[in-house]
Structure formats: structure tokens, C-alpha cells
Design a binder for this molecule. Structure first.
Ligand SMILES: Cc1cc2nc3c(=O)[nH]c(=O)nc-3n(C[C@H](O)[C@H](O)[C@H](O)COP(=O)(O)OP(=O)(O)OC[C@H]3O[C@@H](n4cnc5c(N)ncnc54)[C@H](O)[C@@H]3O)c2cc1C
Length: 379
């Protein structure tokens, strides 16, 4: 008897789960991993792409490189999920697995912010980051706004990183003195679970002349007047708008009927959905962590341990603790790290590691280790 699993979505969560199950069960595994794309990229590579540090092609990791016992990758679009029967329909096939894992991440709804498509830019999708490669060089004076339009959003440090990397970029191009940078965030501090990280970011913003506008969202843009309109009706003129678009579950998840308040609810200790033998991991859930790859990976590790223990008849593995480390670009070749544990206690706990050369190397290792573990590719 083989463990029969269907994993929907080959992002952080799906890749980690498939790798761990293959490593543990080898040919006792019968796993199909489905994604509509032909390649994966780490979330933070979008920042490298938008600021021209790396080419789009150099950060793509192709699924055709996945060679793992018991794992098949299928490039297909998932069109329908029936969680009651675990029947999944794609543009090419119909699946009926024993175990179904939904790891479809979060999509964007750019149209939800009036004026964003016509008068602004976003850097959360790969295409958006790619487009910005030719737009950012044209910004040589005026006001740049990095603005969050809705919560929740992926990788809460990313807007702060974008502001700091824009500062670095403008200095390198000799135009920083002609430009203002503002960051509009829905929280009173940049990283609410970590006051220490937030203090370090706020003092860096101050040092580098970046205006932090707390407790506000950008509701809309008026492209004709080139103003961003905040949720308290304040109007901010802009010359370059870098937005964080509204997040939502992929449409196929919404029509599956599995969501509640926009996301898939799960038993947070085990990542089980409310349907038998159906799990959900990562950004697509409302598990209670921030939406970031490192937490999707942790959720995948919990589900893998549970499935392996059940298959082999082993002891019950530890519950999911929602803990993970995120690297933070401070610009000017500085990288720090924040570790957050969201679920072990009633309130999240955190630790901040100051920017250092060691962190720059650690972040490089983080990327290289995923490339090797999931795709068998060495840097
Ligand atoms: C600018 C930026 C910087 C970031 N930096 C970091 C960082 O430093 N550290 C970190 O941990 N996280 C970071 N993130 C967040 C990270 O990228 C996401 O949180 C992470 O990818 C979520 O993993 P996941 O497995 O839940 O979903 P995803 O990785 O988004 O994977 C979901 C997959 O499902 C597929 N899919 C969706 N719908 C369908 C369909 N209908 N049919 C077939 N396939 C489908 C998608 O193609 C995708 O490959 C960053 C994000 C951004 C935008």
C-alpha cells in the first residue's frame, strides 16, 4: 500500500511537503504535485528583480527539475475542488486522492483598489516586479509612495524593505536628494509582533529620510491628479506609486466553499480542514501566522510528520507552532532577521537580530538550500 496524496500548489508549502514525504517514504509514496506555472521563485527575489539586481530568468526555478521518488509534477490549472469527495478537476484531468493538501497561496485583487491598475504599480506579483524594472529608472525626482491597500498581506516586512531598497537605488543613481519616500502602513509600527525589529526599522527610516505613515491604508489612487487617497481621506501626491494589492484566495478555492471570512479555516495544531483527509497549509489559510513562505514551510513540515507517522504507525508528532525566521533587507547591503513564534503562546513572541554580514550570508544560504532541497540544483 502506498500513501496516495494530491498536493495543490507548488509554492513554499507544496514543495516542502512533497520533498519531505518523498525523503521519508520513497517508493511507498504516490504523490502528484500540481501547479499552473512551469517555474517557482522565492518571494524575496521579486525585490531583486524590481530593483534590477537580478534578471527574472536567473531567479526562476523550473519544476521540470524535480526528480524525487514517489513524486510526479503536473503543470495543470486547477478548476474545481470538491472537499467533501476530494475530487479535483484540472484543465487536463480528474483526481480522487486519499489525502488532499491545498497549498494554493494567496492571489491578488488589483481591481479592488480604484486607480491602482491605471495609475500605480504593484510589486507583489512576479509580472509587477518585472514591469517595475523599466519604471523605477524613470523616477528621478518627486514623491514615491510605498502603500499597503488591504490586510492581511504577505511578508509584512516587504513594504519596509521596498522603501529601504528604493532609497539605496536612488542614492546609487545620484538622484536621492531630488526624491521623497513615504511608506503607508496599516499598523502603528512596521512589524507588530516584534517591537524591537520595528524600532530598528523606524530609526533606519529616520536616518535615511523615509516618512513612515502609520495606521493607514491606501484606499484609491486618482491617476489624473496623481494623488493617493488614504482611508481617512488624506490625499498624498505621488510621482511613483508602489502598491501592495489586496490579497484573496485563488478563485478556485473560493468556489470550493471551503473559506470562512476569506480564507480556509484549519485546526491550527494539525492543519486539518473541516473535511476528512483534507489539509490546508500556508497563505491560503487563516491559521494565525503572518503570511510568509517560512510559515507555509513549517505548516508543511507538521502535515508531513503527521502523514508519515500515520502511515508507519509511529508516535503522534509535535503540533504546529507557527514559528519561523524572516530576513529583512535594510538596504545598503545590510540584512537583519526577525524570528517570530505565533502559536506556542497566547501572544506571539519574537527575537530580532541586528543587520550583519553573517545575516547576508544566512539569507543567501536560505535561498540556496531551498533550491537544492526542492529542485536538486546547486548555486
Ligand atoms: C515582495 C515579497 C517578498 C517576500 N519575501 C519573503 C521572505 O523574505 N520570506 C518569506 O518567508 N516569505 C516571503 N514572501 C512571502 C512568500 O512568497 C509567500 O508567503 C509564500 O510564497 C507562500 O507560500 P504558499 O506555499 O502558501 O503559497 P505560494 O508560494 O504562493 O504557492 C501557491 C502556488 O499555487 C499555485 N496556484 C494558485 N492557483 C492555482 C490554480 N488554480 N491552479 C494551479 N496552481 C495554482 C500558484 O501558481 C503557486 O505556485 C514574500 C512575498 C513577497 C510578495
Amino acid at each position: 500500500m502506498k500513501l496516495n496524496v494530491l498536493v495543490l500548489g507548488a509554492g513554499f508549502g507544496g514543495l516542502e511537503l512533497s520533498s519531505l514525504l518523498s525523503e521519508a517514504l520513497g517508493n511507498n509514496l504516490d504523490l502528484t504535485l500540481i501547479d499552473k506555472n512551469e517555474s517557482f521563485f522565492l518571494g524575496f527575489s521579486k525585490l531583486d528583480v524590481m530593483f534590477g539586481k537580478k534578471t527574472p530568468e536567473s531567479v526562476r526555478l523550473y519544476y521540470k527539475n524535480i526528480v524525487k521518488p514517489g513524486v510526479r509534477f503536473h503543470q495543470e490549472e486547477i478548476l474545481e475542488i470538491d472537499p467533501d469527495t476530494r475530487r479535483v478537476t484540472t484543465n487536463k484531468d480528474i483526481y480522487h486522492p486519499d489525502i488532499l493538501v491545498i497549498a494554493l497561496g494567496a492571489d491578488y485583487d488589483q481591481a479592488a483598489t480604484p486607480g491602482l491598475l491605471e495609475g500605480g504599480n504593484e510589486f507583489y506579483s512576479f509580472e509587477g516586479a518585472e514591469r517595475l524594472r523599466s519604471i523605477i529608472p524613470t523616477f528621478t525626482n518627486g514623491h514615491a509612495i510605498i502603500g499597503v491597500t488591504s490586510t492581511p498581506f504577505k511578508c509584512p516586512p516587504a513594504p519596509s524593505e521596498a522603501a529601504l531598497l528604493l532609497d539605496e537605488y536612488l542614492i546609487a543613481h545620484g538622484v536621492r536628494d531630488n526624491c521623497e519616500i513615504s511608506l503607508v502602513m496599516p499598523f502603528n509600527i512596521p512589524i507588530p509582533p516584534s517591537p524591537k525589529t520595528s524600532r530598528a526599522l523606524l530609526s533606519t527610516f529616520k536616518e535615511r529620510g523615509i516618512t513612515f505613515i502609520p495606521n493607514r491604508l491606501v484606499n484609491s489612487l486618482d491617476p489624473d491628479r496623481k494623488v493617493a487617497i488614504l482611508d481617512d481621506k488624506t490625499e498624498l501626491p505621488y510621482d511613483l506609486f508602489l502598491g501592495i494589492p489586496k490579497h484573496r484566495v485563488p478563485a478556485v478555492v473560493e468556489t470550493s466553499g471551503m473559506t470562512d471570512d476569506g480564507w480556509i479555516p484549519v485546526e491550527y495544531k494539525t492543519l486539518e480542514s473541516f473535511y476528512p483527509n483534507v489539509y490546508a497549509i500556508g497563505d491560503v489559510t487563516s491559521v494565525g501566522t503572518a503570511k510568509a513562505g517560512i510559515f507555509s514551510e513549517g505548516a508543511a513540515q507538521t502535515v508531513a510528520a503527521k502523514l508519515i507517522a500515520e502511515f508507519r504507525g509511529g508516535v503522534h508528532p509535535p503540533d504546529y507552532n507557527g514559528a519561523g525566521s524572516c530576513y529583512i533587507e535594510f538596504g545598503r547591503k545590510m540584512v537583519g532577521r526577525v524570528d517570530v513564534d505565533f502559536l506556542s503562546d497566547v501572544t506571539p513572541s519574537s527575537q530580532f537580530f541586528e543587520p550583519s554580514d553573517a545575516m547576508v550570508k544566512e539569507k543567501q544560504h536560505f535561498g540556496a538550500s531551498r533550491k537544492e532541497k526542492w529542485f536538486g540544483l546547486k548555486d
